[in-house]
Write a protein that binds this ligand. Structure first.
Ligand code: ADP
Ligand code: MG
Length: 493
């Protein structure tokens, strides 16, 4: 019943790469797209993040590459540098045994270096729209032998204002080509691109549920804006995620959150569109390696990025719309892994939860924000567990004499309590400042602002300055600061 990679009739070199990549069977979008694409049909693939779209176009694309031909045969257009790099890495893996050559091309990289790389005759180019067009105009990229065009994350390219660039690129490619278009959503301008530049495209639509959502437990927490940060840090302490992403609504928010988290002793860094490419790349690399435990991100910066191993997603600010929600939580629970998503809503934003639930057809469970005592309790529990394992390993002869001395002087219960207290990291409540974000109103209540694009530009969020700065924390349980030194949330894995 289920289609296997064998069923798809792929060549042996691709089968070898696919099995090395650890793919057992095609994901739904792959099972449906690959046969059509191998027949050279134009395909529109509509599926959420994390459903395996890259291989869905990558496998048939690489099948069609003639490695003896030194010209560019396929071009993939992607919205951001990070995505271009990610896609080219996946294509490199798929084409490894076939020895097809992939090159990624994006803005911010030295153009002369790119020109030198282009002289090495790549078969496949993966690039961002602006830079691709630049090379086309300089005639450093020739498209006359291109037989496959891929538009990846087309809706995102639309959001970023690339639609005209894409049209120019497509008009430069020979008409007798195959065009594959992937998008999570299908807004009108994307439909028009498909009508204008594709030939009788087949539509393959895979529901978000099929791969992303089922492995993710979804919670929402109701909290006042001012309380959110303390709740976030308590959750981080209690849930102790291996890799966590915190989503903020604006760039400023991301900067402030990563700073605040750092102040409280977490290793956190932020990514958003205003950072240099080098900075974004190094942050992502550190996150993937596990050097950073908390990545703070805006929607745009994180969209489409394949970061595996994310165990927890915290929506510090509610997402703008249900699609962003699905994109965000799609960062976790990828490729069969399980994940957890926590969405913070202020009382005025509760409607948004209902709205998301309607879209995902999944219920979000209500989670009570943990109290300070619960956070401390869980820290104690950690200490006790640590003590248990030390006791089990029984390597304590060196310490036993001192223990006896202490026990002669004090009650056993007091001694143990002191030891637990000494080792327990009490929640850090260093005071931090965050600029408040105005609540997001659900669409139903605010018809006039229904376009998420307009909203993103900042009808909200723009109230600047001191007035809205509020303090978090400082509920001093921990004045001495003693407990702050050792963070439990450290690299124990
Ligand atoms: P999308 O482009 O739809 O967001 P990706 O192509 O980035 O998704 O794939 C998400 C992750 O799933 C990647 O790490 C990819 O290697 C992995 N993946 C893709 N297809 C399969 C498969 N058939 N089996 C297992 N993992 C897969
Ligand atoms: Mg993708």
């Amino acid at each position: 019943m289920t289609i296997t990679f064998q069923d798809l009739g792929l060549s042996s070199s691709l089968m070898e790469s696919i099995s090395k990549m650890g793919f057992e069977e095609p994901s739904p979008i792959q099972a449906q797209t690959i046969p059509l694409a191998l027949q050279k049909k134009d395909v529109i693939g509509q599926a959420q993040t994390g459903t395996g779209k890259t291989a869905a176009f990558g496998i048939p694309l690489i099948e069609k590459i003639d490695v003896k031909n030194n010209s560019i045969q396929a071009v993939v257009v992607a919205p951001t540098r990070e995505l271009a790099i990610q896609v080219s890495e996946e294509l490199y893996k798929i084409g490894y045994h076939k020895r097809s050559r992939v090159l990624s091309i994006y803005g911010g990289q030295d153009i002369n270096r790119q020109i030198r790389s282009l002289k090495k005759n790549p078969h496949i180019i993966v690039g961002t729209p602006g830079r691709l067009l630049d090379h086309i105009n300089r005639k450093t990229i020739r498209l006359n032998n291109v037989h496959t065009m891929v538009l990846d994350e087309a809706d995102e390219m639309l959001n970023m204002g690339f639609i005209e660039d894409i049209e120019s690129i497509l008009s430069n490619v020979p008409d007798e080509r195959q065009t594959l278009l992937f998008s999570a959503t299908m807004p009108d301008p994307i439909r028009r691109i498909a009508e204008k530049f594709m030939t009788e495209p087949e539509l393959v639509k895979v529901k978000a549920k099929e791969m992303t959502v089922p492995n993710i437990t979804q919670y929402y927490l109701e909290a006042q804006e001012r309380k959110k940060f303390d709740i976030l840090t308590r959750l981080l302490d209690i849930q102790s995620p291996e890799l966590a992403i915190v989503f903020g609504r604006t760039k400023r928010r991301v900067d402030e959150l990563s700073e605040a988290l750092t102040l409280r002793g977490y290793t956190a860094e932020g990514i958003h569109g205003d950072l240099t490419q080098a900075k974004r790349m190094s942050t992502l690399r550190k996150f993937k390696e596990g050097t950073i435990e908390v990545l703070v991100a805006t929607d745009v910066a994180a969209r489409g990025l394949d970061i595996s191993g994310v165990t927890h997603v915290y929506n510090f600010d509610v997402p703008q719309d249900p699609e962003s929600y699905v994109h965000r939580i799609g960062r976790t629970g990828r490729a069969g892994k399980t994940g957890m998503a926590m969405t913070f809503v202020t009382p005025r934003e509760l409607d948004i939860v209902k709205n998301i639930e309607r879209t995902t057809k999944r219920k979000m469970e209500r989670m009570k924000p943990p109290t300070l005592d619960e956070a401390i309790e869980s820290q104690q529990q950690m200490t006790v567990e640590k003590m248990r394992s030390i006791i089990e390993n029984d390597n304590l002869s060196f310490y036993k004499r001192t223990a006896e001395e202490l026990l002669e002087e004090f009650d056993a219960q007091v001694v143990v309590a002191a030891a637990i207290k000494y080792m327990t990291k009490e929640p850090n409540s260093v005071e931090v400042k965050l600029t408040e974000e105005a609540p997001l109103y659900s669409k139903s209540k605010n018809k006039g602002r229904s376009s998420s694009n307009n909203r993103r530009k900042g009808d909200f969020n723009r109230r600047d300055g001191q007035k809205n700065r509020s303090s978090y924390g400082s509920r001093d349980r921990n004045k001495s600061g003693q407990g702050n030194k050792q963070r439990r949330y450290s690299n124990s894995k």
